[in-house]
Design a protein around this ligand. Structure first.
Ligand code: 5GP
Ligand code: ZN
Length: 120
């Protein structure tokens, strides 16, 4: 994990220097709406510390960060009323998987019937 990166969009959202529709936050994580939603509800849950991707965290960091992201996804799903009907959590890891923003993020997709099994 690294401190805030000046050239990272999601670090700027955490710092409040670029706007986002923030849904939830605590000391370690933040959830906000995706700019280009791929489902009726599309949120992103991120660690507040800069972590480029799943590949940049140590096993001990992984044991801390991933439960925090999934915990916040659960809270978001409750808050938005789709926890019981179902929702999808996706992490795109590295370019071939479609990662375009290199600050680790968990996509939370829900709010209706989702197409396919994985993507949109
Ligand atoms: P990835 O392709 O890396 O898995 O997902 C990156 C996501 O970040 C995309 O769904 C994209 O729409 C979203 N995104 C990119 N830039 C911004 C931004 O400035 N604000 C918000 N809220 N979402 C963004
Ligand atoms: Zn960042």
């Amino acid at each position: 994990m690294e401190p805030s990166q000046t050239d990272c969009i999601f670090c700027k959202i955490v710092a409040g220097t670029i706007p986002a529709k923030i849904i939830e936050q605590n000391e370690h994580a933040m959830a906000f709406l995706d700019l280009q939603p791929q489902a009726p509800f599309h949120g992103l849950v991120i660690p507040k510390m800069h972590v480029a991707s799943l590949n940049q965290i140590t096993p001990s960091e992984r044991r801390l960060i991933l439960p925090e992201l999934y915990e916040m996804a659960d809270q978001v799903a409750i808050k938005h009323g789709f926890r019981e009907d179902g929702y999808r959590c996706v992490i795109n890891n590295q370019a071939l998987a479609g990662q375009s923003v290199f600050h680790l993020h968990l996509h939370v997709l829900g709010g209706g019937k989702l197409k396919g099994s994985f993507g949109q």
